[in-house]
Design a protein around this ligand. Structure first.
Ligand SMILES: Cc1cc2nc3c(=O)[nH]c(=O)nc-3n(C[C@H](O)[C@H](O)[C@H](O)COP(=O)(O)OP(=O)(O)OC[C@H]3O[C@@H](n4cnc5c(N)ncnc54)[C@H](O)[C@@H]3O)c2cc1C
Length: 460
C-alpha cells in the first residue's frame, strides 16, 4: 500500500512538503505564533485538480484534513497535527471584470491582493481591516470591515464559489446552482468543502476619508458614549469602529503619548472627502480634544493596510468575541476597567459595527444570524513573546467573563478560539444551526472537514 506522501506526490502538481523538507517549519508556520501544529504533509495545490487529488488521497489514507487559505485563523484552524494540510497559499490570482463589477478570486489570496487589483478600477469588495488576512477563511465566516455598513458582510457580496466536496467531486455553488450549498458557504466556515474560487460583487470605492483618532483613556467613557449615539445616525458610507488600546511606543506615534492607555475611533468614509469630514465633525464635537487625529484622504487600500505593520506574522494572539446589541454605561465602565489591565501594548478591544446594509438581509438568508446585533466585539490579547501567552489568555478570558453578561450569546465565528464549547458555535448560528447541520449531513456526512468551528452532521 502506498503512503499518503507517495499518493500526494503522484497526484498533486504543486509541492508536497513533509517533515523531510528543510523548509517544513517555515511552511507550517501560522500567523498566530501561539499555535504550533505539525502536519504530516502539506499539499501546496496549484489548481482545483490538485485539490481534488489531495482530498481523495487524504480520505483514502484516513488522514485528518485541514484547509489553509491565508493561515490567519486565531486558533490555527488552517492546519492540523499529524494530518494533511490542503494549502491554497500558492493560488493567488485575481481577475477583475470592471464592466460587470465582479471579481474572481483564488482561495490563497489575502484581502490586500484583491484590494490592489480592484483599486485600479476604483472598485472594492468589503473585507476586513488587516490586508494580510486570507479572503477564504474571512469570507466563509462572514466578513466585517469598513465597507460593511454600506455594502454588507463579505458573504453578502459573494456571487458564486467553486467547491471540492468531501467525496472529491467538484461543484459550483450560486443562487442558481446548488443554492443550498451556496447558502451554507455564506457563514458556515470551512465545513462544507474546499472552495477553489470565489466570485464577488465589487462596488465603486476609490479615494476615501479615513484614519484613526486617539483620545487619552481618561476620556474613554465620554468618547464611547458619543460614538454609541453617533453611530446609528451616521451615514452608511462611514465604516467606523471604537476600540480600547494603548498608544504604541514606536514611530510614527508622538513620543509624548507612547504607552498611554487610549480610546480610539478608526474610520473610513467611502464617499466624497468633504462629506466625510463633515460627518466626523459631529463626533469630534461631542468628544474632548483627541491626542491626535490622523484622518485624511487616502486610497482605499491604504486604510486597509494601515495596521499591517503593527501585526506581522508570528505574534502571540488570544481571541474572545461576542455579538453586542446595546452598549449601556455600565458595560462601558466594565470595558474601561478591563482594558486598563491589558498585559501588553498591542492588546486591544474593538467593536465593529454590523448595522446598515447587514440588517437589510433576512436573518435566514445566510447562516450569519446576528443581523439584528449592532456590533461584533473582539478582545484580542496580543504579544510579541511566547512567554506572554498565559498572561494574554488570562486577560482575554477575564475581560470576556466580565463583559459577556451585557452581550448576546453568540460571537462572530472567526473570533472564536479552540477553547469554546459546542454551545457557543450553536449560539453563533442561532436558528440557522439546524439547517447547517442538515446540509453538513448532505455534503459531508463523515465530517471529513472538521478542522474548523465544527458543525456536526445532523443525525436524523
Ligand atoms: C490580524 C487579523 C485581523 C482580522 N481582521 C478581521 C476583520 O477585520 N474582519 C473579519 O471578518 N475578520 C477578521 N479577522 C479574522 C479572520 O476572518 C479569520 O482569522 C479568518 O479565519 C482568516 O482566514 P484565513 O483564510 O486567513 O484563515 P485560515 O487559517 O487559512 O483558515 C481559517 C478557516 O477557514 C477554512 N478555510 C480556509 N480556506 C478555505 C477554503 N478555500 N475552503 C474552505 N475552507 C477554508 C479553514 O478550514 C479554517 O477553518 C482577522 C484576523 C486577524 C489575524
Amino acid at each position: 500500500m502506498t503512503t499518503l506522501l507517495a499518493a500526494l506526490k503522484q497526484s498533486v502538481r504543486g509541492r508536497v512538503i513533509s517533515r523531510e523538507d528543510s523548509d517544513y517549519d517555515a511552511a507550517r508556520a501560522l500567523y498566530n505564533g501561539m499555535i504550533d501544529k505539525k502536519p504530516l504533509a502539506m499539499a501546496r495545490c496549484v489548481d482545483a485538480a490538485d485539490v481534488v487529488a489531495a482530498v481523495k488521497a487524504g480520505r483514502q489514507h484516513g488522514a485528518l484534513i485541514a484547509i489553509r487559505g491565508g493561515g490567519h485563523n486565531g486558533p490555527g484552524l488552517g492546519s492540523c497535527d499529524g494530518g494533511l494540510v490542503i494549502d491554497l497559499s500558492a493560488m493567488r490570482s485575481v481577475r477583475v471584470d470592471p464592466a460587470a463589477r465582479t471579481v474572481r478570486v483564488d482561495p490563497g489570496c489575502t484581502s490586500g491582493d484583491v484590494d490592489h487589483a480592484t483599486h485600479a478600477f476604483d472598485l472594492a469588495v468589503p473585507f476586513g481591516i488587516v490586508s494580510t488576512t486570507g479572503v477564504a477563511g474571512l469570507t466563509l465566516g462572514g466578513g466585517t470591515g469598513y465597507l460593511t455598513r454600506k455594502y454588507g458582510l463579505t458573504v453578502d457580496n459573494l456571487l458564486e464559489a467553486d467547491v471540492v466536496l468531501a467525496d472529491g467531486s467538484f461543484v459550483t455553488a450560486s443562487a442558481q446552482q446548488n443554492p443550498d450549498l451556496f447558502w451554507a458557504l455564506r457563514g458556515g466556515g470551512g465545513n462544507f468543502g474546499v472552495v477553489t474560487s470565489f466570485l464577488f460583487k465589487a462596488h465603486p470605492v476609490g479615494t476615501v476619508y479615513a484614519g484613526p483618532v486617539f483620545w487619552d483613556a481618561a476620556h474613554a467613557k465620554t468618547v464611547m458614549r458619543a460614538y454609541r449615539e453617533f453611530l446609528p445616525r451616521a451615514p452608511e458610507e462611514l465604516g467606523t469602529f471604537v476600540g480600547l488600546k494603548t498608544v504604541p511606543s514606536t514611530d510614527p506615534f508622538p513620543r509624548e503619548h507612547w504607552g498611554k492607555r487610549a480610546c480610539a475611533v478608526i474610520s473610513c468614509y467611502a464617499g466624497p472627502i468633504a462629506e466625510g469630514e463633515k460627518t466626523m465633525a459631529a463626533l469630534l464635537k461631542a468628544a474632548p480634544a483627541p491626542l491626535f487625529n490622523w484622518m485624511g484622504a487616502m486610497p482605499f487600500p491604504a486604510i486597509q493596510a494601515l495596521f499591517d505593520g503593527f501585526f506581522p506574522k508570528g505574534l502571540q494572539w488570544y481571541w474572545k468575541g461576542d455579538f453586542v446589541s446595546t452598549l449601556p454605561d455600565e458595560a462601558i465602565d466594565v470595558h474601561i476597567a478591563q482594558a486598563a489591565q491589558a498585559p501588553t501594548e498591542l492588546s486591544l478591544m474593538h467593536l465593529y459595527p454590523i448595522d446598515g446594509a447587514v440588517r437589510r438581509v433576512a436573518r435566514d438568508a445566510t447562516p450569519w444570524s446576528a443581523r439584528d446585533a449592532t456590533w461584533s466585539m473582539v478582545i484580542a490579547g496580543i504579544g510579541t513573546e511566547p512567554k506572554q501567552a498565559e498572561a494574554l489568555k488570562r486577560w482575554g478570558r477575564q475581560y470576556w467573563k466580565a463583559v459577556h453578561p451585557f452581550n448576546l450569546e453568540g460571537a462572530y465565528v472567526n473570533f472564536l478560539m479552540d477553547d469554546e464549547t459546542e454551545d457557543r458555535v450553536q449560539a453563533t448560528y442561532g436558528p440557522n444551526y439546524k439547517r447547517l447541520a442538515g446540509l453538513k449531513r448532505k455534503y459531508d456526512p463523515d465530517n471529513v472537514f472538521r478542522v474548523n468551528q465544527n458543525i456536526k452532521p445532523a443525525t436524523s
